[in-house]
Write a protein that binds this ligand. Sequence first.
Ligand code: ADP
Ligand code: ZN
Ligand code: ZN
Length: 804
Amino acid sequence: MKVAAVIVDVPTRQTDRPFDYLIPKKWENVLQVGMRVTVPFGPRLLQGFVIEIKTHSEFKTLKPIQEIVDVTPVLNEELLGLGKWLTETTLCFMISAFQAMLPAAMKAKYEKEIHLVSPEHRACLHTDIQPFFAHRSIIPWKDIENTNMLPLLQKEIQKGHLEVVYRVKEKGTKKTMKHVALALSAEEAKEMMTKLPTQAAKQKEIIACLLSCPEGMLLKDLLELTGASSSSVKALLNKGVIVEQEVEIYRDPYEHREFVKTKPLPLTEEQQRAIEPILESVRTNKHEVFLMYGVTGSGKTEVYMQAIDEVLKQGKEAIVLVPEISLTPQMVERFKGRFGSQVAVLHSGLSIGEKYDEWRKIHRKEVKLVVGARSAIFAPFENIGMIIIDEEHEASYKQEENPRYHARDVAIYRARFHQCPVVLGSATPSLESFARAQKGVYRLLTLKKRMNEKGLPSVEVVDMREELRSGNRSMFSRILFDKLKDRLARGEQSVLFLNRRGYSTFVMCRDCGYVINCPHCDISLTYHRVQQRLKCHYCGYEEPIAYRCPSCQSEHIRFFGTGTQKVEEELAKLLPEARVIRMDVDTTSRKGAHEQLLHEFGAGNADILLGTQMIAKGLDFPKVTLVGVLAADTMLRLPDFRASEKTFQLLTQVSGRAGRHELPGEVVIQTYTPEHYSVELAAKHDYEMFYQREMRIRKLHGYPPFYYLALITVSHPELTKAVAITEKIAAHLRNHLSSETIILGPVASPIARLNDRYRYQCMIKYKREPKFTQALKTIVDHYQQEVAQGQLQITIDLNPYMMM
Ligand code: ADP
Ligand code: ZN
Ligand code: ZN
């Protein structure tokens, strides 16, 4: 008897454990750990992951597995182990951890097919399998499912001849094209040519063409090369001279792009010193975490690429994580230019099908390197030689839904498993990482010099309160405005940055001070000029714009705050001759728009690039000599202990956009709090001083990296319930945790109501708390029924990045 332990797809507390199922005889030699199966569960059929195969079960009557979903494992042993680790460290359900590692396409509704990977494999197939593929290269799964072919099929898949493909029910999933090849041997084909009548000249030409190309070619190419019509092809098909089949074409989002091949540059002394220890770690298979602290433009990316070279030389694979917003065409171009078709790119701009294609390239081992955003950390490589996390301080590496993992932690877990280095890179490392480097937990590598030897741009901080006092009511200070005019006159380019995070265009009555809020959330509505509507950015509620104050009926109801559209209008008034490109969520929602706008700017078709966060990173344009930050301190007001750190990082990043090449750069930062140390020190490019100041504050208030944090948020439609439950949770923790641990709350969350649910929270600061996860599990268990009924929600975020 063989038994499979299965984690079923029901994300609840009661079902968060393996269930035993009998493996039917016919699948005993087929089923492996890491495959998905369909199993009966109560009255339903559910999907699940096999995590163990055993020879007996403590339960007497077992139901049999209904169907096997995968023919080869989709999660290998390492990833299964990682899944278990994720459940322990983030307190998520097993099923959520496993699903997080797979592309979304594999969760969607699909039909399964078996594909011949390439026509030349047809002849290599086992003779029992061959008949299935005699005239086709794709067969439906059901044709083979109930035969005894599965073990053979598995072998062919392992050899790379066949592949199981999930045809997702979305439009344009898998792209195929007609492919033709000779069905005869070369001799037979030549003989055929002599037999064909003279008027069949085109048919002869087709045969000649295919003789010169034994593996066959795409039908469209053949027609183009020979000028033949499809009727000639048809005639040859009917005679059995050639065969036609559908072959898969990967939807390559970069297919129409030419990438200029680049070669490794001779490294500078500083770069050489930084790369040596990394190469050493790669060569000796030694796990180590490096923090590469290097100012923008100091050549970090070049170091990454040359370290990857070494990894590939060793026959291993590499993962490069970059934040979604810096996964710009420029970044992709650099990696594609250096590593060509060995690279898979994973980012949120791809459709579900495209992501699945990239994932399969990795799974099939057709690529050696993946460059992608957060979830690329789960790339199913089996021989990882290095993991790089660029801009390691970015908050987007933390996932804000279950499993609430941080990509840095996952990277270190995987690198330890594979005994390889992790390289964290940043010009403004997170306090946590820099502190670890100071303690020697990470190894610090420093790049101090900018490549162009120009030094960092000069930064001027402008006090906007002063501007107002001297009668300037515009959103541009006089200095910034003069400099903009000056660049325009000289034909140089400027970048204007508007930080929208924590800042929105809200509507307020000038007479009574009434602010229009969302009726479901405790948050003001945002004004959308184009649609003339007010929208809630948290729950999606919207209403038409008001012309009278709902409270006092005054007509003096106005829009406050500054949006990119408003800046654009102001620019049109003040500098009508300037050509402006605006980049924000509204102008870049269309696929490819982001790339196109940047291309326009790079080609010199505009004088000013105006945008939000998305232009803060990774852009490199030689003619940009001025960067203006319109409101530097909007983020400082957020209820978040990282507010200063985020402000410092953002200002540093934005300043790095100027003067990257021949022309010297200037930066103007407008602010209402010029005396704040994060503004002041960003202007001086002094990360180390910032680190010292901020560490003192973190220590004083008991925040990371001195303490670990956990945030428990309770939400309920009834206020009294939300409060009472949070109180009980806090009391339970106080009873079960050590006396050094600090438990704050319950208090109302900064957003006290969201989607008609009241939100209360409790923050825990701790240093060492071995019983913590157990205590949290007890709490979750205690409330599981109420949670299952849907009224109550409890979120536990260990190491939170969102404090709202
Ligand atoms: P970072 O990633 O630290 O911002 P980059 O790797 O983008 O820095 O390097 C900045 C610029 O310097 C790029 O244009 C890059 O091509 C160039 N560069 C990097 N290393 C070298 C080198 N060793 N020699 C010459 N140019 C280099
Ligand atoms: Zn709302
Ligand atoms: Zn009013």
